[in-house]
Design a binder for this molecule. Structure first.
Ligand code: DQA
Length: 148
C-alpha cells in the first residue's frame, strides 16, 4: 500500500511569493506544493498538503493524523517559536515528523532560534528555501522505509 504523508504549512505561508521575498524566496506556496507532489510521485508516496493560519486547526490536523499517515512534514512558521500545543500534538501522535523552514532560523533574530517542536521531531531542515521541503520529504520517506 502507498505510504500517505501529511504536509502542513503554518501561518502566513499562504503569502509566499509576495512575503519578504529576500528571505523566503519568490516561489508561491502553490509552486512548492506542485513540486512536492511531483517528488511524491517519483518517491512512490501519496501527499495530503494543508495550510492554516490558525494554531488550533494545525493541532486538530496533527491529532487526526494518527492511523491516517505514516509521517508528517511540517513548517509551523511562527508557531515554531511559540506553540507548546503543536509540540504536544506531535508528541501525542508519535508519528515520525520532519521540521522544515525556508530560512535558516538560527541565522536570524534570536526569538527565532528556539523551536518548541525540535525536541519531538526526527530532525530539522532549515535554510534551503523551497528545497527544505523537498529534502524533508525525502528524509522522512527514507526514515519510514528504513523502519526506524
Ligand atoms: C519560517 C521561519 C519562521 O521564523 C517564520 O515565522 C516563518 C517562516 C521559515 O520557513 O523560514 O513564518 O518557518
Amino acid at each position: 500500500m502507498t505510504e500517505h504523508i501529511l504536509v502542513l504549512h503554518g501561518p502566513n505561508l499562504n503569502l509566499l511569493g509576495r512575503r519578504e521575498p529576500g528571505i523566503y524566496g519568490v516561489q508561491t506556496l502553490e509552486n512548492i506544493n506542485q513540486q512536492l507532489q511531483a517528488d511524491a510521485q517519483s518517491l512512490g508516496v501519496e501527499l495530503t498538503i494543508r495550510q492554516s493560519n490558525h494554531e488550533g486547526q494545525l493541532v486538530d490536523w496533527i491529532g487526526a493524523a494518527l492511523g491516517q499517515y505514516v509521517g508528517i512534514v511540517i513548517n509551523a512558521a511562527a508557531y515554531t517559536h511559540t506553540s507548546v500545543a503543536i509540540r504536544d500534538a506531535i508528541a501525542a501522535v508519535d508519528l515520525p515528523t520532519v521540521e522544515v523552514h525556508l530560512s535558516n532560523i538560527h541565522k536570524r533574530e534570536s526569538f527565532r532560534h528556539h523551536s518548541y517542536i525540535a525536541a519531538v521531531v526526527i530532525g530539522q531542515i532549515s535554510g534551503f528555501g523551497a528545497n527544505s521541503y523537498r529534502l524533508g520529504l525525502r528524509a522522512l520517506v527514507e526514515h519510514v522505509r528504513a523502519g526506524n
